[in-house]
Design a protein around this ligand. Sequence first.
Ligand code: FAD
Length: 464
Amino acid sequence: MSLSSPLHRPEAVSDAQVAALAAELAAHHPGLVQLSAPADLARLSHDFHDYSPVLRQQLQGCRAQLALRATSVEDVMAVAAACARHRVPLTPRGAGTGNYGQCVPLAGGVVLDLSGLNRIRGLDPATGVLEAEAGALLHHLEQHLRPAGRALRLMPSTWRTASIGGYIAGGSSGIGSLRWGFLRDPGNLLGLEVVTLEPEPRRLQLDAVASVPLNHAYGTNGILTAVRLATCEAVAWQQLVVDFGDAEAALAVAAALPATALLLQSITLLEGPIAACLPAPHGCPPADPGSTRLLLLAAPDSLAVLPAWLEARGGHIRWQVPEGEEPSARPLRELGWNHTTLHWRADHPDWTYLQMLLPEPAEPLIASVRRSWGSDVLWHLEAVRHAGAARLAGLPLLRWRDAAALAALMDQCRQLGAVLFNPHVLTVEDGGLGVVDADQVAVKAANDPAGLLNPGKLRGWDAR
Ligand code: FAD
């Protein structure tokens, strides 16, 4: 059974074409680092798609023929011009932490490593608007914002290693989604600087509206060189681990907390076996596999109310430490989102996962899946704000059976009202809402007329 539209594998380019491009760049841009050792090409052609047995199989053997390392916008323009002239595909790469094989080059060609394009251009003290080059790590942006009392609104749990360009082009949500929704929600991304892939590349300055089609387009319709973001006031988040003997009580609390006036940054719900497998923060008692655990990031002023509120609903606070003061240097924000999947798979490599927005209420779907899959599905939930309303996202872990069983589970969840974000597919559309976004395709036609940017990842382009 097929899980997505068939893999469109774009035509590969010849080694001679790539060699001509490399020679031209070496002659005219001798400072641009070129990497062609097989180990470098293998490393820079890989991301975290191994979570999916489907993608693992589909992406076997996909390798760049050349990797280039840009440290300036001029470097990016030189590479874009050369790729356009030599008709060589170009796949942009930040830190390579994506889960959908987003930066794995399907047609070989060039991988452009943007991690060296990482300067912070400025923070407006009046508005808190931050502008940074695309390769800047989220961790470094946070460090820059803190002295000004500001913080990133949203970040993936890979915040230490991921780049802001990769997060905008490949990510969707994460820590902070409880307050700020999804990256594509109007108001989070305020502008982009973009380089086009043409013989004479253009350097575009896009406002918030013009940036929308490039937000979560996997780098298929422009190379992001800088990003302008709204930030928020920094809060000294308190980390709490709360255990519940009763799974339904824990779910009720995760659903009810966003309706209080307590300021929270994240709510992660983990079924007992998952919580027991995760590394416990130093000093926190290990989870009982029969219980359900909540991980909370809560504002200090919430602590006047939160403990009694939780106790009254069956929750027992097991651990409470301000962020940054945890002795293990393992913050709670690195146990949720896809770090949960990462830790679980380290011990259970034969498991995989799904991503979905759960219906409201979520209990009937969870109960139905429990009936059909038993303990081969374990629930990990994250509280998010979706279209202005508090909702629960599900990132369930599941024992891999086969593609047909996975497809049947996704159908079951859809029928029960979930919106699936299928992490076992390669295209922007199949991993999102399943529909072609005409604006994304139109921007690709304007910025990448030869279709050389990350080919095979935008279904709407290939289907024209
Ligand atoms: P990469 O993986 O390098 O690239 C991602 C995509 O963006 C690719 O298509 C690439 O071609 C494109 N791209 C990169 N840079 C540019 C650029 N400058 N211009 C144009 N295109 C570009 N994601 C979330 O949304 N939320 C999470 O909470 C989350 N948690 C994660 C936890 C783990 C353990 C892992 C492995 C992944 C997680 N992810 C999450 C996915 C991923 O880490 C994030 O989306 C991350 O922000 C990607 O950044 P990156 O720099 O690694 O991008």
